[in-house]
Structures are given as structure tokens and as C-alpha cells.
Design a protein around this ligand. Sequence first.
Ligand code: BV8
Length: 235
Amino acid sequence: MSERKLKSRKKLVILSGAGISAESGLGTFRDSDGLWEKYDINDVATIDAWYKNKKLVLDFYNARRIQNIAAQPNLGHLALVDLEDYFDVYIITQNIDDLHERAGSSNVTHLHGEIMKGKSEHDEGLIFDLKHPEIQLGDKAADGHQMRPHVVWFGEAVPMMNKAEEIMVDADIVLVVGTSLNVYPAANLIYSCPTDAVKYIVDPNDIPVNSEFTHLKGTATSILPKLKTILRFQE
Ligand code: BV8
């Protein structure tokens, strides 16, 4: 068996945010034309908002779910799939869209939930694939309680955080792409990886990270397809 085959493949951990789906037409959150410019987080993405106006919250996520269904994975998502030929790739995403999965990525952890899934408003553990693109008031989960989006709202705990930290803790290579690192505790994940891990951040804007990160300035579709060549030297 060749020397390369004998070496175990390096672990590549990717932390993605809304920016990787921007070129698929899904709005980011904090760019100038971002979602939170049009909606107040407190009206649509907190547990208080849910109890204040369930219909407004359902309508907000129904519109995003329909947008998600119409969107296609872009060259950035597809480039991450190709990297699975060379590395053990783990994707930790803050995104609730399913574009990583639809591109073909096989190991995706959603920190903030999944828009194509619903759950009972009474039992956080009762999670299911949605059969219809919209959740309406009166739609019930199997426990007879109102269905809600399977999404982590601001002020809600992030159940997948421990799993994400376990993934990050022995990364050989870390790639941060399309996130402003403004949301916690997700943003703290960059401190969970080994100091000697090779670290890259892909973003058209400057993001305040420490000097251990190499900033590859550009969009996901312009940078990620080239990354394969850059990372091959890390194999
Ligand atoms: C919790 C699901 C405790 C919903 C989301 C004050 C200080 C610090 C923290 C807090 C604070 N006040 C409150 C908090 C905590 C709060 C928080 O972090 N708030 C922020 C706003 C300060 N966090 C929470 O509430 C979390 N829970 O702390 O719980 C607890 C513990 C126990 C028990 C009970 C409670 C829960 C946070 C989860 C919120 N839900 N999403 C939804 O999607 O509708 S977060 C939401 O923001 C999305 O998940 C999104 O992914 C995430 C982060 O945003 P980004 O992905 O980074 O997107 P953004 O637009 O910001 O950046 C896009 C980037 O892409 C930019 O850098 C841009 O330059 C780049 N880009 C643009 N185009 C491209 C590109 N890159 C590449 N290519 C391109 N083409």
C-alpha cells in the first residue's frame, strides 16, 4: 500500500455561515441587504417572538423555506464535497438551509437547526421532516402540540454545541467560510481547535480573527474551488 494510503487522512473541519449560501440567492444576516436589515430579530427569531405572534414567525420561516427549496447549491458548496476525496471532512454549519446536503456533503452538523424540519413547541426532542413547505397555525406535531420550525432562536440553548466542540478539538485543518463570527456560542468554536491546526478564513470582507488564520479574501465560489489545490499541500 502506498505511503500516502498508509497515512490516515487529515481531518478538515469547516465552520460555515450564511455567506456560503449568499451566491445561491439566500440572504445573509448582517450584510447591507441582509435579513436582519428587513426584519427585527426580536420580532421573528426569539422564543418571546414566538409566544407574542406565532403567525408572524411561521410566515417568516415559511417564506425562507420556500426560498430555500428554490435555491441551488453553488460552486462553493460543491467544492467542499470534492474535498471529501482527500480529507475526512466535517462541516459544522450555522445555516438552517440544506444546501450542503443537497450538494452532496456527507457529514453536516447544524448548530442552529434545519429549516426543512419541524418540531413540537412542547417537546424539543420531537423533530421531524416537514411534508409541506409551510407550517400553519393549527398544524400539530405527533404529541398534539403546535408545530414550530426546528430552528434555534436567539435566547435558546444550542444543543449541538458540545458535538461541534468535540469535532473541532482534533482538527488538523480548519476552514471558516461565510460567517461574521457575530453569534455566540458558535463563534467561540474557532478557539476549540488545536493551536497547531492550519487555519483559513474565506470571506470577501475582513473578519476579526487572530493571526493564526490565513485570510483568503473573496467569495465562496471564487475561492473554495481553488482551495483544493492549496490544501493538497496539507495532505
Ligand atoms: C444562547 C437560526 C444561551 C435562526 C440563528 C451579547 C454578546 C454576546 C452574545 C449575546 C449577547 N446577547 C445575546 C447573546 C447571545 C446570542 C447572540 O450571540 N447574539 C448575537 C446577535 C450577539 N446567542 C444566542 O442567543 C444563542 N443562544 O446564547 O443561549 C442559553 C443557554 C442555556 C439555556 C438557554 C439559553 C442562539 C444563537 C442562535 C440564533 N439563531 N439562526 C435563523 O436562521 O433564522 S443565528 C443566525 O446568525 C444564523 O444561524 C446565521 O448563520 C448566524 C450567524 O450569522 P452568519 O452566518 O455569520 O451571517 P452574517 O450575515 O452575520 O455574516 C455573513 C458573512 O458572510 C459576512 O462575514 C460576509 O462578509 C460573508 N459573505 C457575504 N457574501 C459572501 C460571504 N462569504 C463568502 N462568500 C460570499 N459570497
